[in-house]
Design a binder for this molecule. Structure first.
Ligand code: ARG
Length: 477
């Protein structure tokens, strides 16, 4: 729609129509339209409250709500024409309502401003997103647990500094990510508590002289409570900031998983192979099979980080209360969230098409003297101070390296020469399989513990509905 042709709500004060370029520059309707369901839900609740306190009549409320649900139906069907000349989602809905029910539509904006309206829209939208993101996290955890279950006993090299360090089990390795995702799940749930507070009724910034009932609106929209300060309600976006951090933390976890899997899929490592239906090839090199999904998961992390730094930069130094800068919170928010959800949602299927190469992993455990710590701990059990044991085994590693053999392959005489207490029984602690079997601390890679953890995760994820079957706890709702 050309500039100025649309009647503006602020038309009373302005003599001139809006300049066309100004209209294009300032609009947000082209992207904030994704909030339409939440905008309409907020308006319906607001109208219901206005009737409840007598600011509008019951039949007026009925006409407004009916008009709004017709608009919602048109939007759902893709028949609604959004107009940038109406600036944003809020004005598009209000103008459409006016076309349907005439001047009565003007009563909807009683005791309300777009400043508290956008805050409630965002909180409602985010609440829904948080719920589906958390469901997706639980499903990704379920897929990891399923894979861990398959490989609970299989040994693999554990790394520090990307150098072979100590043997672990594949199950244990995979459960590390399940733990990380659990904290993300909880963090996002915690974030939801602060998102789920109603700002509506703050109006532009100061509240209103009209007798509104904010608690009533909160109940209608299923908010836990109402905000306590009208200026804070319209000025702050920390609910988005907190969410952006939680999303970034989770994205980073996904990115580290992706990086590991990319490495493990290389010819050099050869620890995993990814089903070719989940890989792509090269347009020039006929032999290529690339782990693109993992690479893209790693790459898309940038968008969450971008959102976080963007929101920090955007709100730093903004004077209280609302400033138009805040309209800029949305595009990256929607984009980063969509991409983040795509990453989470492809993970279960992808993980079900990854296979670990048991033999190759076992073989990799034979090189690198990863049982050295186990041997040192064996000496500690015989009363040798750890620092001394470390030194003794270090010398044996040097000897084995010179001879081109493993610690287990050294002659028992060589071990005894290094320390008299390294008798025949030391053999039982050598080799990756033996070493993992002797881990005894809580949270270690011993397959016995890993199995127990897997069972605990299954119960928990069944409770969340992420694994089929009956959980122990009855789920709400
Ligand atoms: N489109 C605006 C935003 O996203 C809505 C609030 C507008 N308020 C205003 N006074 N112009 O922030």
């Amino acid at each position: 729609m050309p500039g100025g042709a649309a009647k503006k709500p602020w038309g009373g004060r302005f003599r001139k129509p809006t300049d066309a370029q100004t209209e294009t520059f300032t609009e947000s309707a082209s992207y904030d339209r994704v909030l339409y369901r939440h905008d309409i839900a907020g308006s319906m609740a607001h109208a219901t409250m206005l009737a409840h306190v007598g600011l509008i009549g019951q039949s007026e409320k009925d006409a407004i709500v009916k008009g709004l649900s017709d608009i919602l139906a048109e939007m759902e069907a893709g028949r609604f024409v959004f107009r940038c000349a109406y600036e944003d989602i809020h004005m598009n809905v209000e103008k459409a309502l006016e076309e349907k029910i005439g001047d009565l539509a003007g009563k909807l904006h009683t005791a309300r401003s777009r400043n508290d309206q956008i805050a409630v829209d965002e909180r409602l939208w985010l609440r829904d997103e948080l719920d589906s993101i958390r469901r997706s996290i639980a499903l990704a955890q379920a897929a990891l647990v399923e894979l861990a279950d398959k490989h609970a006993d299989d040994v693999m090299p554990g790394y520090t500094h990307l150098q072979r360090a100590q043997p672990v089990t594949v199950g244990h390795y995979l459960l590390a990510f399940v733990e990380m995702l659990q904290r993300d799940y909880e963090r996002l749930g915690d974030c939801r508590k602060r998102v789920n507070i109603l700002p509506l009724g703050a109006c532009a910034l100061a509240g209103t002289s009209l007798p509104i009932d904010r608690q009533y609106v909160a109940r209608l929209l299923d908010f836990e409570d109402v905000t306590r300060n009208s200026m804070d309600s319209t000025a702050d976006r920390d609910y988005l900031l907190e969410y952006a951090f939680c999303m970034t933390a989770c994205s980073l976890h996904l990115s580290r998983l992706a990086e590991d899997f990319v490495l493990m899929a290389t010819t050099e490592f050869g620890f995993i192979s990814i089903d070719e239906a989940f890989c792509t090839g090269s347009s020039i090199m006929p032999q290529k099979k690339n782990p693109d999904i993992f690479e893209l998961i790693r790459g898309k992390t940038g968008r969450s980080v971008a959102l976080l730094t963007h929101l920090i930069t955007l709100t730093k130094g903004l004077p209280l209360t609302y400033n138009r800068d805040m309209q800029e919170d949305k595009e990256l928010l929607f984009d980063a969230t969509r991409q983040f959800r795509n990453c989470l949602d492809i993970l279960p299927a992808l993980l079900r098409h990854v296979s670990f190469n048991r033999e190759r992993l076992l073989k990799a455990c034979e090189d690198g003297f990863m049982d050295a710590t186990a041997l040192a701990e064996h000496l500690v059990r015989k009363g040798i101070p750890f620092r001394q044991a470390h030194h003794v085994v270090g010398k044996l590693v040097r000897l084995a390296e010179e001879r081109g053999c493993t610690l287990a392959q050294l002659h028992v005489g060589d071990r005894k020469a290094a320390h008299a207490l390294l008798t025949e029984d030391a053999r039982a602690f050598l080799g990756a399989r033996n070493a993992v079997g002797f881990y005894a601390s809580l949270g270690s890679a011993n397959p016995k513990f890993v199995r127990r953890e897997i069972e605990a995760w299954k119960v928990r994820l069944r409770d969340e509905g992420a694994i089929p079957g009956k959980g122990k706890r009855r789920r709400k709702g």
